[in-house]
Design a protein. Structure first.
Length: 308
């Protein structure tokens, strides 16, 4: 009987998703990390560290409205605030693309963050512009590292970090035009910047003589305010203008899916094979009078392995 009970208990756990708690710290006048991607059912926990009285309020309006999804003071007397982004929450407070902006009212607009909620995480992020291992592999080119733990690129002229997000099915058997295929969004780009999605066969650095080879932490380049991540047999997948909020694919066409290219990215006749791994990254225009003054920046890279 005990063996049967144990067996039934183990079977009941098969396929059960485990929800995570993602921590965001309020340090001085920043949310660290500022841009996060979570799954449905995860909880975001904001914790006060320093900087006086803060708030966490959803949206881009300086003051709360009746439709604000969440909001609270986060200060020494009330140092922790949590929100669970489960299906009921998403249904009650729907946002385009399940993408939530938020900010601190006293320190708006400089202190802000974003949350992208996905049904499942597609791909794995590498090569963020947060200083990597914090020992040189790899720092951003002009002291423009993003806060440690940020998933995204080096800090750009808008004082944000461009974050590439993948979603959908990476199957190479889907027919063009299907709404479930692989697509990419971008958050945190400079407003109205031209953004180009590329992919490569490898993650930089690949030179055996480079002490950072094998860490997939990217390379500095004289061309970029950010890091070169996706390299070798690089392909372009089209350009998109960022919105005034610095997004691509939230209220505008994404890369892939119904946003194009017409054949999609991970679909039949898309040019990729089952089992093939590619690394995707965005290069975006930046203000050449700010930052490293090179006029181009980058997102982090996302690894995608295509399926049958």
């Amino acid at each position: 009987m005990k063996a049967l009970v144990a067996l039934l208990a183990s079977l009941s756990m098969i396929g059960t998703a485990t929800a995570d708690t993602i921590d965001v710290q309020l340090i001085n006048f920043s949310f660290v990390p500022a841009n996060i991607t979570i799954e449905v059912g995860d909880t975001v926990r904001w914790t006060f560290v320093s900087g006086g009285g803060h708030t966490v309020h959803e949206g881009l309006s300086q003051f709360p409205t009746p439709t604000t999804a969440f909001g609270a003071s986060v200060e020494p007397l009330f140092p922790i605030f949590e929100v669970t982004f489960d299906a009921a929450f998403l249904a009650t407070f729907p946002r385009t693309g399940d993408f939530y902006d938020y900010h601190c009212i006293p320190h708006f607009p400089g202190m802000s963050g974003t949350i992208q909620v996905t049904d499942n995480t597609t791909g794995i992020s590498f090569c963020s512009g947060d200083g990597g291992d914090q020992m040189g592999c790899t720092n951003c080119p002009c002291s423009n590292n993003a806060p440690q733990g940020t998933v995204g690129g080096c800090v750009n002229s808008a004082s944000t970090s461009a974050q590439l997000v993948a979603s959908g099915n990476a199957s190479v058997s889907l027919l063009p035009g299907m709404s479930s295929d692989l697509r990419f969004q971008l958050h945190g780009a400079p407003p109205a910047a031209l953004c180009v999605l590329t992919s490569g066969d490898a993650l930089a650095p690949t030179n055996p003589g480079n002490s950072c080879t094998g860490q997939d932490s990217g390379l500095q380049s004289s061309l970029f305010d950010g890091l070169r991540c996706a390299v070798m047999n690089v392909r372009r997948h089209g350009g998109r203008p960022a919105t005034a909020s610095g997004d691509v694919g939230v209220t505008t066409n994404p890369w892939g899916g119904e946003g194009g290219p017409n054949a999609g990215i991970a679909v039949a006749f898309g040019g990729f094979a089952s089992g093939q791994t590619r690394y995707f990254q965005v290069t975006n225009r930046d203000n050449s009078a700010l930052g490293c003054m090179r006029g181009l920046n980058t997102s982090q890279a996302i690894e995608i392995t295509f399926t049958p």
